[in-house]
Design a binder for this molecule. Structure first.
Ligand SMILES: [Zn+2]
Length: 268
């Protein structure tokens, strides 16, 4: 499942192909993904110039000079294919540029989405309106304010998109490990001193994953070079029963229906 670093890597990959170019043609090969595609996609995008690529939480943003933003979400299995040699049955949306490049949104399970929103109304778009700050931008002070009075576990609160946007299970587990914070600790009880370790840990785990994804972009020119997925090794995530660097063993518990991996010796 694509997490924030995969989305960021995808956006950077698409930026190289799309930014500054005009959209010569689009093709929606089915009417919906998770929800219906905008019916006026072709009318609003064809002939527009792509002026910006960005990301908000786990959404990719493709802005045009017509003040529209095409918003994509990769869902469970989505990825963009750049200059695919053949169009396959899971390539649901295709965009071609004036210089003959072609990108295809491939999504076998179709949990992804495509929306078109006026660029000056992005902040009010319902999925964005309730989002917390970006994890790469949040400060310890702001996180402290957002956790204040909350008795739920820090693990679950960090997965709450209204507190901090786009942080997935893997990166929450890894950041709590690096900060030495027990995943069951109530969010509101965490000291400022510990939040000053947690916030840089969140920044670091994401930045390292984005850098690892960036290295996969070296294969970008290969005919079927997919954007968006890469593997990375983790300190605790998916390592139940394996040794921690401290000599203890990684433990797995279930919180909110999802696995948490942590080291009971290193995390208090
Ligand atoms: Zn340990």
């Amino acid at each position: 499942m694509p997490e924030l670093p995969e989305v960021e890597t995808t956006v950077r990959g698409l930026e190289r192909v799309l930014e500054g170019h005009w959209i010569a043609r689009i093709e929606a090969r089915r009417p919906d993904l998770r929800r219906a595609l905008p019916v006026d996609l072709g009318q609003r995008l064809t002939g527009a110039r792509i002026t910006s690529l960005g990301r908000r939480a786990k959404y990719g943003l493709i802005g045009t000079d017509r003040h529209d933003t095409l918003i994509f979400h990769l869902g469970m299995s989505g990825r963009w294919r750049v200059d695919p040699t053949e169009i396959g049955k899971h390539d649901h949306f295709i965009m071609e540029t004036d210089d003959g490049r072609r990108v295809a949104l491939n999504d076998p399970r179709r949990f992804g989405s495509l929306d078109l929103v006026r660029s000056d109304q992005l902040a009010e778009w319902p999925p964005f309106a309730a989002l917390g700050p970006e994890p790469l931008e949040v400060s310890p002070e702001e996180l402290k304010r957002r956790l204040a009075g909350r008795t739920a576990s820090i693990k679950l609160l960090l997965l709450d998109q209204g507190i901090i946007a786009g942080l997935g299970n893997i990166y929450v587990c890894e950041a709590l490990y690096r900060a030495g914070i027990h995943p069951k600790r109530p969010g509101g009880s965490i000291s400022m001193e510990r939040l000053r370790r947690l916030v840089p840990a969140i920044h670091d785990v994401l930045a390292e994953a984005i850098a690892a994804g960036g290295s996969t972009l070296r294969d970008f020119a290969s005919p079927d070079g997919d954007l968006g997925y890469f593997s990375k090794s983790f300190a605790v995530y998916d390592r139940e029963g394996q040794p921690c660097a401290c000599g203890g063993r990684v433990r797995r518990i279930v919180q909110g229906g999802r696995s948490t991996f942590y080291c009971p010796h290193c995390q208090r």
